[in-house]
Design a binder for this molecule. Structure first.
Ligand SMILES: Cc1ncc(COP(=O)(O)O)c(C=O)c1O
Length: 368
C-alpha cells in the first residue's frame, strides 16, 4: 500500500515511550490533560449547559453560530465579525496554513516549542523553520530571518514549555517584518511570575488563537477560536477565505456552540482551580530545588509547565530514563527542540502529592 509522504506514518516509537509502557505505577510529571488531573469540575453545571444545548437545531454556519462568536467576542473584547470558530487550536493552525501557504512555503516558529507544529506543518506540505528563544534573565525572542517563501511567523504567548510571554516590545519587533503573525494564546489566562499582553495588531494581518481546551480546561469539548486583527480590507478578505475553508468541514459541533455562552460563564471557576494547582506546584518546585545547588528552576512567566536546568552529566534522554528507574516520568528537553542538553520539562498540572514526590526524586538524582 502506498501512502503519501506528508508524514512518517510508521515512525518508530522512542525508547522513553517504549520503556514507560511496560513499567507499573509511575509518578507521571508529563500529565497535561486537565480532565485527568483530579480537578474539581462543576460537572452538574456543565451537564446542564450541554443538556439545554442538545435541543439546538442544526444550523451550519462555517464561521460558527453568531451567538457563540458573540460570546467569544465579549470575552476578548472585540467584534464578533472578527471571530472564527474551529474545533480546536490544532484545527485553527491547519486552516491558517491552508489560507496562507502553498506547498513548499514556510512558516517560522520560535524554539524550544511544543512538538505538534512540526506535524501540522508537514500535513499541509509546508516547511517549519525556526528561530531561537534565548535564555537571558528571561526567555527572549532571538534574531528572526524570514526567507522569500516565509508566509507566517508563529509565536506562542506564553510559550509552551518555556512559559515566556511575548512582551509588547517583542510584538512590535515581530510586526516589523510585515509577515502575517499567528499568536497562540491558549495559555494567556494563566499568568505565574508575570502577566502577558494579547498580540493583536491593527497594522498587520494577525491571527490570535485560543480555545476551551486550556482556558476552560475542556479539551474534550472541542472548540477553539481565531481572532483576526489587522487592516480592515485584509482582515475581511482573510475571514471570507477562512469561511470558504471552514465550509468544507463544518467541524464544530452544534451543541458545544449553543452552550458556549454558558460554558464561558463557567470557565473562570475552572481556570481558577487550574491556576491554584499550577501556582502551588510551582511553589513546591521552587522550595524543593532551593537546596539543590547544581540545578535550577528557570523563570516561568505563565502557562502549565516548568523547565529545570540540570547538570549535563548525561544526555537528557539518559536522565529521563534514569528517572524512570526511580519511578518518575519527565519530558527531556529535546522533545521541545532545546538546542542543548541539560533541560527537563515538568507539567504543573499534576496532582500535588504526585508532583512533590516526583520532584523530590528528581532533586535526589542531581549530584551535589
Ligand atoms: C501551545 C499549544 N497550542 C495548541 C495546543 C492544542 O490545543 P487544542 O486542544 O485546542 O488543539 C496545545 C496543547 O497542548 C498547546 O500546548
Amino acid at each position: 500500500m502506498k501512502f503519501s509522504t506528508r508524514a512518517h506514518w510508521n515512525a518508530p516509537v522512542n525508547q522513553l515511550t517504549r520503556e514507560r509502557a511496560w513499567r507499573g505505577e509511575l509518578l507521571d510529571l508529563t500529565e497535561t490533560n486537565p480532565t485527568r488531573a483530579g480537578l474539581d469540575y462543576p460537572l452538574d453545571e456543565l451537564a446542564d449547559a450541554m443538556q439545554r444545548a442538545a435541543r439546538a437545531p442544526y444550523d451550519p454556519q462555517p464561521l460558527g453560530l453568531r451567538s457563540a462568536r458573540e460570546a467569544v467576542a465579549a470575552s476578548l473584547q472585540c467584534d464578533a465579525d472578527d471571530v472564527v470558530l474551529t474545533a480546536s487550536t490544532s484545527e485553527a493552525y491547519s486552516f491558517l496554513f491552508k489560507l496562507l501557504a502553498d506547498p513548499g512555503d514556510d512558516v517560522l516558529i520560535a524554539i524550544p516549542s511544543y512538538p505538534l507544529f512540526e506535524h501540522l506543518a508537514a500535513l499541509e506540505l509546508i516547511t517549519l523553520r525556526t528561530f531561537p528563544l534565548e535564555l537571558h534573565r528571561r526567555w527572549e525572542l532571538g534574531p528572526i530571518a524570514p526567507g522569500p517563501r516565509t508566509r507566517a511567523i508563529i509565536v506562542v504567548n506564553p510559550n509552551n514549555p518555556t512559559g515566556s510571554f511575548i512582551t509588547p516590545d517583542e510584538q512590535h519587533a515581530l510586526a516589523m517584518h510585515g509577515i502575517p503573525l499567528i499568536a497562540d494564546e491558549v495559555f494567556l489566562d494563566y499568568p505565574l511570575d508575570a502577566r502577558g499582553t494579547t498580540l493583536v495588531r491593527d497594522d498587520l494581518l494577525t491571527f490570535t488563537l485560543g480555545g476551551l481546551s486550556k482556558s476552560a480546561g475542556l479539551p474534550h469539548y472541542k472548540l477553539g477560536w481565531i481572532r483576526v486583527s489587522g487592516p480592515a480590507t485584509e482582515r475581511r478578505a482573510a475571514i471570507d477565505a477562512l469561511e470558504l475553508i471552514a465550509d468544507n468541514f463544518l467541524s464544530v459541533a452544534t451543541p458545544v456552540q449553543a452552550a458556549l455562552p454558558e460554558l464561558l460563564r463557567i470557565a473562570p471557576r475552572i481556570r481558577a482551580e487550574i491556576a491554584e494547582r499550577t501556582r502551588a506546584n510551582l511553589a513546591a518546585l521552587h522550595e524543593i530545588f532551593a537546596s539543590v545547588a547544581a540545578a535550577r528552576v528557570l523563570p516561568v512567566e505563565g502557562g502549565w509547565s516548568a523547565v529545570l536546568r540540570v547538570p549535563r552529566v548525561m544526555s537528557d534522554d539518559e536522565f529521563a530514563l534514569a528517572l524512570l528507574d526511580r519511578g518518575v516520568v519527565v519530558q527531556p528537553g529535546y522533545f521541545f527542540d532545546f538546542t542543548t542538553e541539560g533541560f527537563i520539562v515538568v507539567s504543573l498540572l499534576v496532582r500535588p502529592e504526585i508532583f512533590a514526590e516526583g520532584v523530590r526524586r528528581i532533586a535526589a538524582m542531581i549530584p551535589a
